[in-house]
Design a protein. Sequence first.
Length: 219
Amino acid sequence: MKPPRPFAALLFSAVLTCGAFAQEAPPVPPPKVPVAASANPWQYNFTVDGYVVPNAQSYVNPTFTANRNWLHLEARYNSENLYTGSLWAGYNFSAGKKLVLDITPMIGGVFGRTTGIAPGCEASLTYKKVELSITNEYVFDTSHSSGSFYYSWVPLTYSPLSWLRVGLVAEHTKAFQTSLSIQRGLLVGFSHKKAEFTTYLFDPGQADPTVVLEVGFSF
């Protein structure tokens, strides 16, 4: 039995309307894929130097640094003097491609056995496998002006292998005193993944040289 003409016309119109609606309706967007978390913009390093000083007090010198883009933050202990801490803030600069210059001018506050204000700088010049760097500061002792002093740490290294470096080092520090105003020495270092191990031998020609054992971690 055929449907009445009005009903058939109505059904045909409904089909056309649904088809037109289906063509005009916007496509359903695909489900959103969660965006992976961005890499940590901070870079951290923790280094501990153990000074084995003959005929004097041996000690450890921990240093913690945090870098984010241009910002440099640093904390030290037993660096400017024994039982003395320091907090630092600086600005990171970098220039060059083959010959790379990195420099970070800083300002620090020193507290403990020595109290004062210290402008300083960390810089390095790298060309292929050779690197010359310096960490230095001038401590203005706010308790006794006679206690003000200059400190520097200057290593020159060559890396024949990606995990090996050798070189020379010079240091002038108040943390330990010898008959020499500047201690000079040799260094050899190894790295594995994010860890570094370095041995420094200061004043090797002396009867009792000073040995510094260093371990550092980057994360």
